[in-house]
Design a protein around this ligand. Sequence first.
Ligand SMILES: Nc1ncnc2c1ncn2[C@@H]1O[C@H](COP(=O)(O)OP(=O)(O)OP(=O)(O)O)[C@@H](O)[C@H]1O
Ligand SMILES: [Mg+2]
Length: 271
Amino acid sequence: MLDVENVTKEFGATRAVDRVSFAVERPGFIGIIGRSGAGKSTFLRMVNRLTDATTGAIRFRGRDVLALKGAEKRAWQSDCAMIFQQFNLVPRMDVVSNVLHGTLNRRSALATFFNLYPAEDIHRAIDILDRLGIAEQAAKRAEALSGGQQQRVAIARALMQDPQIILADEPIASLDPMNAQVVMDALRRIHEEDGRMVIANLHTLDTARRYCDRVIGMRDGRIVFDGTPEQLTTGVARDIYGADASFSEAATSTSLARLDRPARAKETELL
Ligand SMILES: Nc1ncnc2c1ncn2[C@@H]1O[C@H](COP(=O)(O)OP(=O)(O)OP(=O)(O)O)[C@@H](O)[C@H]1O
Ligand SMILES: [Mg+2]
């Protein structure tokens, strides 16, 4: 499905991503971990074409992603929606309008200018918000919502694009443990129910172990681990994070594990 071959990104003398290669055969839930500066964000940005790779190839269902231009490139960016740590909503705009921004790629400049949306898009936006448990927030300004709610609005905006891949760059890094769990549960559920691939940069080991089918560990721009959560032992983690003997899992851990609701529960009160 997704083939990444020797992808490299240089910023001057810095090699942010260094010959990264991996293949994804089916739409999994993939976590990328590694310490700050390992190249995780740069890698996701290259997949989405927010940043151009220096060398290498990325193919999705045979399509040469790095060669796409113009309308084809925009279509691809719509196909792999991004979610960011800081939500990137328009704070003073209402929730539904923020979600409708996910359709921007296919609207005319004039419709965008006058803020005109087809009724079916508005209904769809509300359905998606409902699915994420935040339909009752639809008319509020984005800035009036909690962090966890705002991130779910960002997920709703991404779903509006009907993406094949969801790229999430530290989606829960700004959230408290409870909201972090709600957001991760939402992503997991979208993955399971819709069959969308999720690639998420995660800053905590416990989250990666708990939600991902596959974990990729990056260090200094390179992949140093690619395996299942079970294979991600403390020793392996120590190698990925490049820590010395004083390495402690607690340092890369939220208190998420202490919440006793099951991670992959089929029913949560919010969804
Ligand atoms: N626009 C840029 N210009 C110059 N250097 C950059 C740029 N973006 C990233 N880098 C460098 O590339 C390397 C990888 O950065 P990147 O942001 O991808 O790391 P990361 O794994 O996402 O880190 P974090 O966990 O802190 O988000 C770092 O050395 C960083 O300083
Ligand atoms: Mg980053």
